[in-house]
Design a protein around this ligand. Structure first.
Ligand code: MG
Length: 254
């Protein structure tokens, strides 16, 4: 008890200089007010009607109507993925799409569905991906009774971390991803200060628990960090399969 109290006082002195007086005198009994903060005030956010609808402060990236938030990932042109009945579907061979806006730390929600008609197997079946900062891929794959390397199945951090569970729904059924991402930090000389971290819920189930990424996604070879911008686009992958999406929104975390 005494040890924890000392640590507590030390950490308080780091939070606010106004408490240094308490920190210097260990015998002083702390008033309750010493551990009560009033600022910053958390902003009010109205929750969505259901967990998969966007909260009031989210940026809507796709609501079913258009792709105005997106460009073709290769050449920056308007994407030619298909929108039908408010559902976005990869137009295979036309290239991935990426957000016009750049994002760093974020909470990202999206829903995806692999084709109901099964074609191909392994990595060739319902493959797409959410490539955060155009570098860090959360795999999208039809992993419903479809064997592949576990660190390449749905909800894996591709080629790095298999999911804690396979929560993939049957082909043609909708899956949700809720992703909490912390971007890596670099100093001005390019040295890595802190690696990227990611938490993923797949259909509400925790599948990546604050995983520390080893570097950007590499198909071949060992991942390695190199300095990059603080914010970069979110990229949805065209891997040649007509995977569908709906309800994509993001909350920037500062
Ligand atoms: Mg992929």
């Amino acid at each position: 008890m005494k040890i924890s109290k000392t640590l507590f006082i030390v950490s308080l002195s780091m939070i606010s200089t106004s408490f240094i007086g308490f920190a210097q005198d260990k015998e002083t009994e702390l008033p309750p007010e010493a551990t009560e903060f009033y600022e910053p005030v958390p902003p009010k956010v109205k929750a969505g009607e259901a967990t998969n609808t966007a909260p009031s402060d989210a940026k809507i990236l796709f609501d079913g109507s258009n792709l105005s938030a997106w460009v073709n990932e290769k050449d920056g042109s308007n994407p030619t993925w298909n929108i039908e009945e408010n559902i976005l579907t990869v137009n295979p061979g036309t290239g991935g799409i990426k957000t016009k806006e750049n994002f760093g730390d974020m909470q990202l929600h999206l829903e995806w569905r692999s084709p109901s008609e099964i074609q191909g197997d392994g990595q060739g079946r319902g493959n797409s991906g959410v490539i955060i900062m155009e570098k860090y891929e959360v795999q999208i794959l039809d992993s419903y009774e479809n064997e592949t390397y576990t660190n390449g199945q749905a909800a894996s951090i591709y080629k790095q971390s298999p999911p804690l569970a396979n929560v993939t729904k049957a082909p043609g059924e909708w899956n949700t991803y809720d992703i909490i991402f912390t971007a890596p930090r670099f100093n001005q000389n390019g040295m890595l200060l802190s690696p990227a971290k990611i938490t993923v819920l797949h259909n509400g189930v925790l599948v990546q628990n604050n995983y520390t990424l080893r570097g950007p996604t590499e198909y071949i070879g060992i991942p390695n960090y190199t300095k990059h911008e603080e914010k970069l686009p979110i990229h949805l992958q065209d891997h040649g399969n007509p995977v569908s999406f709906r309800n994509i929104w993001v909350r920037e975390l500062n």
